[in-house]
Design a protein. Structure first.
Length: 439
């Protein structure tokens, strides 16, 4: 927990509240080379820019300095052109406060043209993750849900390019003040932002002198787990934990486990998430039964959902509740029929840098990599044999879910046990007390 202090030569016994704005400014100066190496990692390993390729950077305006670094590194890597698409939490909130829900049900033609044409021209996409976890607190969740559904269904080439890994894409974080204040409350913004930068670089394995080599080594660590899972060909996984989770998740006969780097259908490698610790597959969306309880809060469109549970019958959510954010959870489930079914199961040991940092990031990119998680919504064609050559209808017939959404939520606890069920009924421990049974 004190690694960020130790790297700057501070004593771990020093009170975190004693860290001054001047200390933070000096620390940020020292971090500058590491942040540039991180930007280079996102460009060269994240989306793995090809010579002459269009690169799209979608970023909060508050992260403009980091976005400029990405543009700089993209051109250095040979990008033909870089397009930057800006977003802003405050403008988004004003829009949701001022505009009727019906407006969000359709994407403006100019935006459809922009996103679809970029995807069709072979662009790669970098999404800078940085937002106020409570940016839309109090906003009718039906509005951002409608906007998300419209974008995912009406920007068809863009969505298809991401879902089928035709267009390389990468999500990577950068701090904004409101997010930093949430993660590190009670300190000045400069201190919180500095501390969040240190945490981001650390858990993304980007705080060393050669992050690209570190990521090649990290990618190799997935191989054992992937090999064992793909050899076993489990027909189901059974999740249990003391919080009440008792869930049986069926797996399609042709399922494949993935993790670490992804590849386009042509074999071009890229890393969709920086950081990533998960191995994942798509379950059979009609074969999920039981109840599952959340282990960490979920932030969706700036609204927090916490202490929630879902009950499944024959793959479909038939009941649910939440101590906080029930309306937001309902808006996710009501996106379409597929939003009530699972599209992903992901396994992550509690022995990972994010979990061991003891930091709750209030951001799914990070928190999902601290905990086993599931996802409501669309499944992954790369997680089914021959999936890239199949249509959405064919994938759905095989058990891979279809939907206009994909929402991860964290379920892994320190006491979680996961049992693999073989075709002959043999039971094999996969997770014991929150970690791989073979660790």
């Amino acid at each position: 927990r004190f690694a960020w202090i130790a790297r700057e030569g501070k004593e771990p016994s020093m009170s975190l509240l004693e860290y001054t704005c001047e200390d933070a400014r000096m620390g940020m100066q020292k971090l500058a080379p590491a942040i540039e190496r991180y930007a280079n990692l996102v460009v060269r390993k994240g989306v793995n820019v090809k010579p002459g390729q269009e690169v799209v950077v979608q970023s909060p305006v508050e992260c403009a300095e980091f976005a400029r670094l990405l543009v700089k590194r993209a051109y250095a890597a040979g990008a033909g052109h870089v397009t930057v698409i800006w977003g802003d939490d405050e403008v988004s909130r004003l829009t949701y406060e001022s505009v009727e829900t019906a407006w969000f049900e359709n994407v403006p033609e100019w935006q459809k043209l922009q996103l679809n044409s970029l995807a069709e021209d072979g662009a790669c996409f970098i999404f800078v993750e940085g937002a106020d976890p409570e940016a839309l607190k109090g906003i009718d969740p039906a509005k951002p849900a409608a906007a998300s559904k419209a974008r995912n269904t009406q920007c068809s080439s863009f969505r298809h390019g991401l879902d089928f890994n035709i267009n390389p894409w990468c999500i990577a974080g950068a701090p904004v003040a409101a997010w930093a204040r949430t993660v590190f409350p009670g300190v000045a913004d400069e201190v919180a932002i500095y501390r969040l930068w240190c945490a981001i670089l650390s858990v993304a394995r980007a705080d060393g002198e050669d992050p690209e080599s570190d990521w090649e080594l990290h990618d190799a660590t997935f191989e054992k787990n992937l090999r064992l899972l793909n050899e076993r060909r489990f027909k189901a996984l059974h999740y249990r934990s003391d919080n009440g989770t008792d869930l049986a998740v069926g797996l399609p006969a042709g399922h494949l486990w993935a993790g670490g780097k992804c590849e386009t259908p042509e074999g071009h490698p890229f890393f969709p998430n920086i950081p990533t610790e998960e191995v994942f597959t798509s379950p059979h969306c009609d074969q999920v039964n039981g109840v599952v309880y959340s282990a960490l809060p979920l932030v969706r469109h700036g609204n927090k959902i916490d202490r929630f549970w879902l009950r499944f019958e024959n793959g479909r959510v038939v009941d649910f509740d939440a101590a906080i954010g029930k309306d937001t959870l309902a808006s996710i489930l009501d996106t379409d029929e597929g939003a009530r079914r699972l599209g992903e199961v992901a396994l992550i040991s509690k022995n990972t840098p994010i979990r061991e940092s003891e930091i709750l990031f209030y951001d799914t990119l990070y928190d999902e990599n601290a905990s086993c998680h599931l996802a409501l919504g669309v499944g992954f064609p790369e997680c089914y044999e021959g999936g890239y050559e199949m249509s959405s209808d064919e994938l759905r017939e095989a058990g891979v879910n279809t939907s206009a959404t994909h929402v991860d939520f964290m379920i892994g606890t320190d006491d979680m046990d996961i049992t693999g069920i073989c075709e002959d009924g043999t039971e094999v421990p996969v997770f014991v007390n929150g970690q791989w049974a073979w660790e």
